[in-house]
Write a protein that binds this ligand. Structure first.
Ligand code: GLN
Length: 212
């Protein structure tokens, strides 16, 4: 099974390395043809305005939307979260509006450009996630289909899931945190091989738990 990592701009290598650490081949995606045969896609951190512009220029929006609508998992971190949002405050045009959320870019302002904290993310088990925030967005509003996966102590939302689309305002791939990628890999395995009981052998990842 191969999982794509959008490699137009930003911190994509760290996601390929995190996938490798859990035994999954990460494929760098730059052109629509790179999407053929991948079972899921990661959108990295970086600069969301540039990323949105390059997605448009290289004709990647339609094939990514098709992949998502076919049920493959899509995972966005930081700028990747912004790119997946239906509404970006400041009237920036959405391009992959797969998450029914309102996000605010650079929500922590200059005083708190970057910071790290430990977050409870119940879907990943009891051990907290060490979360690194770098000029990070905040989710200001969520629609009825959106599950909140994590909040800061003050209640602000920093991780969400809507069906097969997962997004974090922080960077698990910079903290040696593999559980989000394991979750995505498990979802991708289920998407790639839904035929439990159809005579096919279950993919090994199906049996692996998110937290070892
Ligand atoms: N501030 C960036 C943006 O708005 C996101 C930063 C990041 O991905 N670490 O696009």
């Amino acid at each position: 099974m191969r999982i794509g990592v959008l490699a137009l701009q930003g911190a994509f290598r760290e996601h390929v390395a995190t996938l490798a650490a859990i035994g999954v081949e990460g494929v760098e995606v730059r052109l629509p043809g790179d999407i053929d045969g991948i079972a899921g896609l990661v959108l990295p951190g970086g600069e969301s305005t540039t990323m949105r512009r390059l997605i448009r220029r290289w004709g990647l929006a339609a094939p990514i939307l098709d992949l998502a609508r076919a049920g493959a998992p899509i995972f966005g971190t930081c700028a990747g979260m912004i790119v997946l949002s239906r509404t970006i405050t400041g009237d920036e045009e959405p391009i992959l509006p797969l998450l029914d959320v309102v996000v605010e870019r650079n929500a922590f302002g200059r005083q708190l450009d970057s910071f790290e904290t430990d977050l409870a993310v119940p879907i990943l088990g009891e051990r907290p996630v060490h979360a690194i925030f770098i000029r990070a967005p905040i989710v200001e509003e969520v629609g009825p289909e959106v599950d909140v996966l994590a909040r800061l102590d003050d209640g602000r939302i920093v991780a969400v899931r809507q069906g097969n689309v997962v997004a974090t305002a922080f960077h698990p791939e910079l903290a040696g945190e593999t559980r989000f990628h394991r979750l995505v890999a498990t979802m991708a395995a289920e998407h790639a091989d839904p035929g439990e009981g159809a005579g096919r052998r279950p993919h090994p990842l199906r049996r692996s738990r998110v937290e070892p």
